[in-house]
Design a protein around this ligand. Structure first.
Ligand SMILES: Cc1ncc(C[n+]2csc(CCOP(=O)(O)OP(=O)(O)O)c2C)c(N)n1
Length: 673
């Protein structure tokens, strides 16, 4: 007789658990405990609530699902396979193997249905907040389509996620912004790697989230009725985000290891796995067994999901017929369409004559970009007036008053992240993951360290996130060494797939923004000055190649080449003038983006940096990396010590960043080459 009802649901849950445990066992590494303990939560959520189309994982009307505890990856892979996504049993067998679609932690772009790359705990939590914010902004922008676009962001989060500071920052902002379509299931199993959470995590999480302004609910995370009721209640709560604290048993079903840290991060082992299967009445062979009744149930469930999607199509088509203009805007946003004349429009916002800080040039370019690209949105971690990142037209996303009950206006374009750099990084990434927006977040460059894990994930995941860092050197002055970046610029340049721009003037800043907005395969970071810079006559077209000859050498002999970025480009130009007066020919190469320059054809790079010349790099940062570009025999005038609290002119003098001091060092160095 066919299995039905609760018994059939239990069979489906066991199928998820054993697929996961078998994959970990075969890989001889991984995390069986969280998938086994969280399978009930996941099955109820996916079968009864989550809207998705396994045949079209990018369907715009879908709910988002984030597995923030990415180490439980097999839980997600099992679900994706069983619900009919394009992820085969063979893919599952290849769990954690080189080149497989099932890496150790979920990576977006490898398997369909993986909405976010997770693993660094807390990041997925923050991404979900970004997605939920993007969702509210979307409803506010296209209210005519609300009936079709009303979706939810669900996630599973773990003890580790909730211990991480980034989750606290994001949760605080989510509560403040009343992100009512965000629902997290907390896999509250009291176990992390070192043992019981009693070792280091005893706060009252429910009270904490209540205080953030969340709706909270405690349940037994293995009781399907309680799970269903709690999710239903959370779905109906549309004015507050929800945290369902689901008490679970890690490794549930494993006779000796359940409820212990042993089951967190290593295979059950052949004997324990065998006994787990025996206890569940599960066949010992074959491995990766899927009972026919369970398979049929999963197929039926995914058919229901497909049918719901068809129904959505009809609804959306009707709404589109009624509101063609809103639909056109929404679809353009989803494609992140850009105007062909973007570059010209950004260039029109700057000039080549005025002395301005590059943060101020950026502020002007942002206004032009915001007019040209309606989906450009962003803000700062409470430094808007300093980073000059507010969008003038369009208003802010935020509460209309301080009161807890005050409604939030999501229609604006300027975001206020509060003093939460790390949360900002994860939320910006979440907005990019959601789609429909090109998001940016800004702070002082020295605090890029506070958001580095999110920047790294943006780079790994190839997100179009834009990170703006102003006050980019010791020349920010009096705030002193705590605020003066030294190693941040090169350390950001070390990150694979992150384009790091440090423009020198208006046209170069326009080039940096055009590149950041157009880039489809990764994030961009921008280093911008606090202080005014004399214009260098930079070229937007040439800067778009990352580096270019700003000046050929004047004067006799083989020229020395000065390579500089940002605030040191005007210094290099003045130094070259001085050297020319002394009869030393000096070329100046402006290098606003080493990463883009490295992607240029070899002959172009050779033209800009010919072999055999004497190279001098001037950059107010740690300069070791430049040796790879211009040779270890180059003269690198940089900083390998912390800065000092003093006016910028004094710092320039004391640290040798004046035309006289630089020219002098070059003159002393040249004969020794
Ligand atoms: C930022 C970060 N720090 C550390 C780790 C290593 N790590 C992986 S899981 C984990 C904690 C496990 O506890 P929990 O989140 O409760 O997972 P469970 O034991 O329930 O599987 C840690 C410290 C990580 N993945 N990310």
């Amino acid at each position: 007789m066919a299995t039905i009802g609760a018994e059939l649901d239990q069979l489906c849950v066991e199928t998820i658990k054993f697929l996961s445990a078998d994959a970990v066992e075969k890989a001889n590494s991984g995390h069986p405990g969280a998938p086994m303990g969280g399978a009930d939560l996941a099955f109820v959520l996916w079968s009864k609530f989550l809207r998705f189309d396994p045949k079209d994982p990018h369907w715009l009307g879908r709910d988002r699902f984030v597995l923030s505890n990415g180490h439980a990856s097999m839980l997600l892979y099992s679900l994706l396979h069983l619900f009919g996504f394009d992820l085969s049993l063979e893919d599952i067998r290849q769990f954690r193997q080189f080149g497989s679609r099932t890496p150790g932690h979920p990576e977006r772009g490898h398997a369909p249905g993986v909405e976010a790359t997770t693993g660094p705990l807390g990041q997925g939590f923050g991404n979900g907040v970004g997605m939920a914010l993007a969702h509210e902004m979307t409803i506010a922008r296209y209210p005519e389509l609300e009936e079709a676009l009303a979706s939810r962001v669900f996630g599973i989060v773990s003890d580790g996620d909730l211990m991480e500071g980034v989750a606290s920052e994001a949760a605080s902002l989510a509560g403040h912004l009343r992100l009512g379509h965000l629902i997290y299931l907390y896999d509250d199993n009291h176990i992390s790697i070192e043992g019981s959470t009693a070792l280091a995590f005893t706060e009252d999480v429910a009270k904490r989230f209540d205080a953030y302004g969340w709706h909270t609910k405690r349940i037994d995370g293995h009781d399907h009725h309680q799970i269903e009721d709690a999710i239903q209640e959370a779905v109906q709560e549309t004015k507050r985000p929800s945290l369902i604290l689901a008490r679970t048993l890690i490794g549930k079903g494993a006779p000796t290891k359940a409820g212990t840290a042993k089951v967190h991060g290593e295979p059950l082992g052949p004997e324990e796995l065998k006994r787990t299967k025996e206890a569940a009445g599960w066949p010992l062979t074959p491995e990766f067994y899927i009972p026919p009744d369970a398979l049929e149930r999963f197929r039926a469930l995914s058919e229901d999901k497909r049918a719901a999607r068809e129904e959505w199509n009809r609804r959306y088509d009707a709404l589109r017929a009624r509101s063609p203009e809103a639909a056109r805007r929404f679809e353009s946003a989803a494609r992140l369409e850009l105007p062909e004349d973007l570059e010209a429009r950004l260039l029109a916002a700057v000039d080549t004559k005025t002395s301005l800080a590059t943060r101020a040039w950026s502020g002007k370019v942002i206004q032009a970009a915001a007019r040209a690209v309606p989906w450009l949105i962003g803000g700062s971690a409470d430094l808007g007036p300093s980073t000059i990142t507010d969008i003038d037209q369009g208003g802010s996303v935020g509460r209309e008053a301080l009161e807890i009950e005050a409604p939030v206006d999501y229609s604006g374009r300027t975001l206020h992240f509060g003093v939460r750099e790390h949360g900002m990084g994860a939320i910006v990434n979440g907005i990019a993951l959601h789609g429909g927006y090109i998001p940016y977040g800004a702070t002082f460059m020295v605090f890029s360290d506070y958001m580095r894990p999110s920047i790294r994930l943006a780079a790994l995941t190839r997100l179009r996130s834009i990170f703006l860092f102003t006050h980019d050197s010791v020349f920010l002055g009096e705030d002193g060494p705590t605020h003066q970046p030294i190693e941040q610029l090169p350390s950001l340049r070390l990150m694979p797939n992150l384009d790091v721009w440090r423009p020198a003037d208006g046209p170069e800043t326009a080039a940096a923004w055009a590149s950041a907005i157009r880039r489809t395969d990764g994030p961009t970071a921008m280093a911008l000055t606090r202080q005014k810079l004399a214009p260098v006559g930079g070229s937007m077209d040439l800067a778009a190649r990352g580096g270019y000859v700003l000046r050929e050498g004047a004067g006799g002999g083989t020229p020395v080449t000065l390579v500089a970025s940002g605030s040191e480009t005007p210094l290099a130009v003045s130094t070259a003038d001085l050297l020319a007066k002394k009869g030393i020919a000096a070329r100046v190469v402006s290098m606003p983006c080493v990463d883009v320059f490295q992607r240029q054809p070899e002959d172009y790079r050779r033209e800009v940096l010919p072999t055999g010349l004497a190279y001098v790099v001037v950059e107010a940062a740690q300069t070791d990396l430049w040796a790879a570009l211009v040779g270890a025999d180059s003269l690198r005038i940089g900083l390998d010590h912390f800065g000092a609290s003093a006016p910028a002119e004094v710092i320039a003098k004391e640290f040798g960043f004046t035309p006289d001091a630089v020219a002098d060092r070059i003159q002393r160095w040249l004969p020794s080459r």
